[in-house]
Design a protein around this ligand. Structure first.
Ligand SMILES: *Cc1c(COP(=O)(O)O)cnc(C)c1O
Length: 223
């Protein structure tokens, strides 16, 4: 068995029922994705539009492609026909464009709102209060072809596990709050995307149900 297949098997043994694994394959060659596919993996995460399109064309049709990176509105059109989930909607403008492109291709495109819980200023996303006001204000309802399906976040890059756990807990509490306030009759609002190779056990403890794991499966990326 390949290392990739072994890592996938070990991860699946660890993940509790109800937690999906998004295999983050960015910067890895298609051969690596094929190995994962042959080991049964179907959800792959990519963070660049051009790379995602090339890999989508090269891989079997039953792969579910997740876009996990920062997405520029003018590039949504290239992935709108096939993307299964857009993880990191970080502006109202991006949400509106996803809906517009979804309508063009006759789809409701599932997407997650990115909430900024980390300390680093460089990370994208809505601050918690910004997200509360945006949801309360309600203009998102004018963009029904972007199907808001939950929240995504990234924790601070640190060894301080207590801090990471606090940040995930903030996202989890906000998820519950927004669900109660705006999605009580919308069961599709159910996705909590947090946790990467170094922090997924903490993420799962804080209610994550999609972990996005790259390095642990595929090894170091080539930058
Ligand atoms: C690259 C990336 C990951 C995967 O990170 P690893 O540490 O390699 O597991 C997860 N989420 C996002 C948004 C990423 O950009």
């Amino acid at each position: 068995m390949s290392t990739i297949a072994q890592e996938l098997q070990a991860l699946h043994a660890e993940l509790p029922p109800g937690v999906s694994l998004c295999a983050v394959s960015k910067f890895h060659p298609v051969e690596a994705l094929r190995e994962a596919y042959n080991a049964g993996q179907r959800i792959f995460g990519e963070s660049r539009v051009q790379e995602l399109r090339e890999k989508q064309a090269a891989m079997p049709a039953d792969v579910e492609w997740h876009f996990i990176g920062h997405l520029q509105p003018n590039k949504v059109k290239y992935i709108a026909p096939f993307v299964s989930l857009i993880h990191a909607v970080d502006t109202p403008k991006l949400l509106a464009e996803i809906s517009r492109q979804g309508a063009k291709v006759g789809r409701q495109i599932p997407c997650l709102l990115q909430v900024h819980v980390a300390q680093e200023e460089s990370k994208f996303g809505f601050a918690p209060d910004e997200l509360r006001s945006y949801m309360a204000e309600g203009t998102w309802r004018e963009h029904p072809n972007a199907l808001i399906s939950g929240l995504m976040c990234m924790a601070t890059f640190t060894d301080d596990e207590a801090q990471i756990a606090r940040e995930f807990a903030t996202a989890a509490a906000l998820f519950s709050e927004l669900r109660a306030a705006h999605f009580a009759d919308a069961p599709h609002f159910a996705v909590r995307s947090w946790g990467m190779s170094d922090d997924y056990p903490l993420a799962i403890a804080s209610g994550s149900n999609i972990v996005r794991i790259g390095t642990r499966i595929f090894g170091q990326r080539q930058y």
